[in-house]
Design a protein. Structure first.
Length: 230
């Protein structure tokens, strides 16, 4: 059924508002002001409701299409965790990226132990398959989890080997600052998963291609975005 059937606003406006809030480091009120300058008068609470309702839906559709196309992501994974404070309590956001920096899976947990690492790795491999090499830092939980899965020989550790994962944290960190942190772990998991899918969709590696190819890729990404939930 049409997911926009109960909304007075057009699907184009809803997609634009969700993209602006999830993709760029903007607050809800900043999105409201930018849309008002374009002649779209909505409240920031409407933007909040739209991203909560449609953000995960759009992200799931993007992820479903890209999983079929990225078989070469099984070559090497870079796995790392991000420290996130929620109401003064430290939580952990586990993230797996492939050798090109595309975010494959995110998983929020309260602890950084073997159980959390095992659950995260099994979830990622269930969706994408098992990689040939898994690059991690020196955290003992990774080795224990990989040993339990029987693939400890695929682990690689090194001082600079995991820079790919460290650099991939930067877009999420910028977005976290604009949101003034998170209120609970469910919101962290929901937003981080949606942000990763949208970031992958529009991450065109502009510094590696010519201007003409970049413009073609950007037009294709926008055209595909406008067809989400159509």
């Amino acid at each position: 059924r049409n997911p926009f059937r109960c909304f007075n606003s057009s699907p184009e406006v809803i997609r634009l508002a969700v993209m602006m809030y999830v993709r760029y480091p903007l607050s809800l009120r900043q999105v409201e002001d930018i849309l008002y300058e374009r002649g779209i008068d909505i409240s920031h609470e409407t933007v909040r409701f739209w991203w909560n309702h449609f953000g995960p839906m759009f992200a799931a559709e993007i992820r479903r299409k890209r999983v079929r196309q990225r078989s070469y992501s099984l070559w090497r994974w870079h796995v790392d965790e991000v420290f996130v404070r929620i109401n003064g309590v430290q939580h952990y956001l586990w993230r797996a990226v492939d050798h090109e920096g595309e975010v494959l899976e995110v998983f929020a947990s309260k602890r950084r132990n073997r159980k959390a690492a095992l659950k995260f790795l099994r979830c990622a491999m269930k969706r994408y398959g098992s990689p040939k090499i898994i690059v991690t830092d020196g955290l003992a939980s990774y080795g224990s989890a990989l040993r339990a899965m029987g693939i400890k020989m695929r682990q690689r550790c090194g001082r600079w080997l995991n820079n790919r994962a460290e650099n991939s944290h930067q877009p999420f960190r910028r977005r976290e600052g604009a949101m003034s942190r998170f209120r609970d772990i469910k919101t962290l998991q929901k937003f981080a998963s949606s942000h990763a899918a949208v970031h992958n969709h529009f991450n065109l590696e502009r510094h590696l291609v010519s201007r003409s190819i970049f413009k073609q890729s950007r037009s294709a990404a926008l055209a595909e975005w406008r067809q989400l939930a159509a």
